[in-house]
Design a protein around this ligand. Sequence first.
Ligand SMILES: C[S@@+](CC[C@H](N)C(=O)[O-])C[C@H]1O[C@@H](n2cnc3c(N)ncnc32)[C@H](O)[C@@H]1O
Length: 295
Amino acid sequence: MALDLITEREVKDIKDCAFYHTMDLPGHGEIKGKWDLRKNTGQYLGGIDFTDKKVLEFGPASGFLSFYMEKQGADVVSFDIGNNIEWDVVPFAQYDHTQLFKPFIEYNNQMKNAYWFSHKALESKNKTFYGAIYDIPKELGDFDVVTFCSILLHLRDPFKALCAGALHAKEKIVVTDLAEAPKVYSKNHMYDTSLLGRVKNACRVLMNKEIYQYTPASIPYFQFLPNYKTLENKDVWWYLSPQLVVNMLGVLGFEDTKIDYHEYELYDKLTPTYSIVGTRTKSAPKDWEHFLKNS
Ligand SMILES: C[S@@+](CC[C@H](N)C(=O)[O-])C[C@H]1O[C@@H](n2cnc3c(N)ncnc32)[C@H](O)[C@@H]1O
């Protein structure tokens, strides 16, 4: 069964658009977005040669990366969340989190408008599929490269999403994410294991001050970012350490990995990011589809 991939959506007015990325659009000039990935875009995408590659981009937002890969010679399908699919917002008990869905869907719809507005201005041939990342239709087919850029941190179950994407990745998976936990958690205190350091830390605990341990990137770990006291990070679940991503990719049969670090402007401030390219070394086990359906 062939899938209905969307090839256009009429967006007449730029006022109906929310630009996640800063874009340069013919006839419209520079449009400012939250993130500016225009310098060294290739690095953000793991330094892959996209010529003649079939690419699936998960979470294109306003589409800057999908359009970039197309320009590099790729045949791109952009996959974003369907309007009828529930967002993975954090279910805080401290307030009615269900109220979050409406503004999320509205903002997301405006981002989709920005994608289609840019698609037209750039005369793009990219196709789009809107659906559920944990339940990707088999008919979407196989891709040489599958990208997960700045999306795993927003998902409650990043491993499940990676596993679902891996079933469609013949050659490579790219994961790009924040290389540092967001500000509220980055006032980390180096965990000093000397005797004096331990005494100081014990005093901080007694004084009811929080201590965040600094954990090196070489340790595979998740950091849970939602904060029930400040209600920060309503849709940002995780900091994923690079080694964690390497391990998850390895488990999924992408054992050959390369990590690269860089910085891009987020609201005009340089923000550290990492990209990991995993190359397939093992084929996907047959029981994965069962695992995905039952987990
Ligand atoms: C932070 S933006 C990333 C944009 C782009 N990939 C980049 O790196 O610049 C997150 C994207 O993931 C999408 N997204 C978030 N949750 C999703 C879900 N559950 N299923 C599919 N897409 C989702 C959003 O709609 C948005 O397009």
